[in-house]
Ligand binder design. Sequence first.
Ligand SMILES: [Zn+2]
Length: 130
Amino acid sequence: MSFKDNDYLCPSCKGHLNVGGQLVFATKTERKHKGLILLNPKIGEYSYKAHPKFHLEKGELVEFFCPLCKVDLSAKKQKDHAMINMISDEDNMEYELYFSKKAGNKSTYLVAKDVFQTFGEDAIDFSEFV
Ligand SMILES: [Zn+2]
């Protein structure tokens, strides 16, 4: 699946989170530092961009907020993950895209009706996830 042409939406306000090929989030670290970060939406790509004065410590839990409506993007059941909606360019289906809120944790989950795909070396399996 190609990820660059997909649309990524806030599950609450349905605003677009993808701009210029990156996902934009407002974040807050455990140390209460706030910053905007850009994530590459390509699954398996876990680098981020931020202002040089804003950095995440490995293993730190980061809160992700929609930059538009400020909603906390924490997943309802998996509190240590954030969830956004993804509209696939290929099949026009809406997926739930989960990713770990822990800095440096490499795991992403793509969920839809009858679909559960995991990506990244730190991903856990379905039975642990749900
Ligand atoms: Zn929103």
